[in-house]
Design a protein around this ligand. Structure first.
Ligand code: AVJ
Length: 326
């Protein structure tokens, strides 16, 4: 397939629906657990946009600072010879930050296809619409689904050097063991010369971090509770949202920032034909947003077998985009 001749393809959806089995398995284990990858339905996408606009949520602004003001440095690190390549973005969302890089690459006349991957088909449709207006000459192939399934799909469509973008500290949604496994698999799914650019949120004043996930307006709480609404809507469940409360923690030693929902009473919830019982104050483990030290990032790189190319920080030095090569 010649990607150059395919300027406006549909969002490709190779998504297997594992929502119900994942939810039931998570709520039947102890401690109860739901996966934050399911936060992003249409309402979740909208609430996440609100989170990114909150004054407390510094992450997006820090990485935007890098992509807006250090665009040429990024380009030099990922395609040093201005060579043709394919740009694959994992968890692209609305591509607010990467659009600055896309514009720069198009203006430089570098040949590339942009392949955004996201679990939300909704946000990919919005993204494709936006890019066709702002960058009509851009080649884009949008892929809806899980990271590795779609990465393999993207690799099968690409005959060129690949650069993977994994921004926003999305890697923080994995626990340390999962992150190591992810980076290792990423390395093994790529070929020599391919590069990855990964965004890491760095450890900083613990109040700053906790506030970003514990906003006064309750937007982060609504983001968590929306997963219960989604389960109600899509899996014929009857969660009473008033009986669950958001609880956020940050441990500055381990760097783990975690969110939970607390059951405010002893209660039983129906999910289709299943029922799940909660004790009063029983928790659902909802999300981890891991924060990183320099040393931990180096350890991840070494364990996964990448070579270090370079890194760019925002002006506050709160966030880092690092570039590794296979
Ligand atoms: C999209 C995974 C980077 O963990 O900071 C924001 C999601 N959760 N507020 C993060 C999120 C609560 C976000 N990531």
């Amino acid at each position: 397939m010649n990607l150059q001749l395919n300027p406006c393809p549909k969002v490709e959806n190779h998504h297997v629906d594992s929502f119900r089995p994942d939810v039931l398995e998570g709520l039947k284990t102890s401690p109860k657990k739901l996966s934050s990858k399911y936060f992003y339905d249409k309402t979740g996408d909208r609430i996440f946009q609100e989170i990114m606009a909150m004054p407390e949520y510094y992450l997006t602004r820090c990485e935007l600072d890098i992509f807006k003001n250090k665009t040429a440095d990024i380009a030099r690190l990922i395609v040093p010879e201005n060579e043709p390549f394919d740009l694959i973005e994992l968890g692209a969302g609305d591509a607010m930050k990467s659009t600055f890089l896309l514009k720069h690459l198009v203006e430089k006349g570098i040949h590339f296809t942009y392949m955004p991957i996201d679990i939300s088909g909704n946000i990919l449709s919005i993204l494709k619409e936006k890019l066709s207006r702002e960058l009509p000459d851009l080649d884009i192939v949008a892929l809806e689904g899980e990271y590795f399934e779609m990465l393999q799909k993207a690799a099968s469509l690409s005959g060129r050097k690949k650069v993977i973008l994994f921004l926003g500290s999305n890697i923080g949604n994995m626990n340390p063991e999962e992150a190591e496994h992810f980076c290792h698999s990423l390395n093994h799914n790529l070929t020599s010369d391919d590069r990855v650019l990964v965004g890491f949120d760095l450890k900083k004043n613990p109040h700053t971090i906790l506030n970003a996930y514990n906003d006064r307006e309750g937007i982060t709480a609504a983001f968590n509770l929306n997963l219960l609404s989604r389960i109600n809507r899509e899996l014929e469940a009857d969660f009473d949202l008033k009986q669950f409360q958001h609880y956020q923690t940050y441990d500055p030693i381990s760097g783990a920032c975690k969110s939970y929902l607390v059951s405010l009473q002893k209660q039983t919830v129906k999910i289709g034909n299943d029922s799940i019982s909660f004790e009063e104050n029983e928790l659902i483990d909802m999300e981890i947003s891991q924060k990183f030290s320099e040393e931990r990032i180096e350890e991840l790189r070494e364990k996964s077998g990448f070579k270090r190319i370079g890194e760019i920080r925002d002006s506050k030095k709160w966030f880092v985009d690092i570039v590794w090569q296979v």
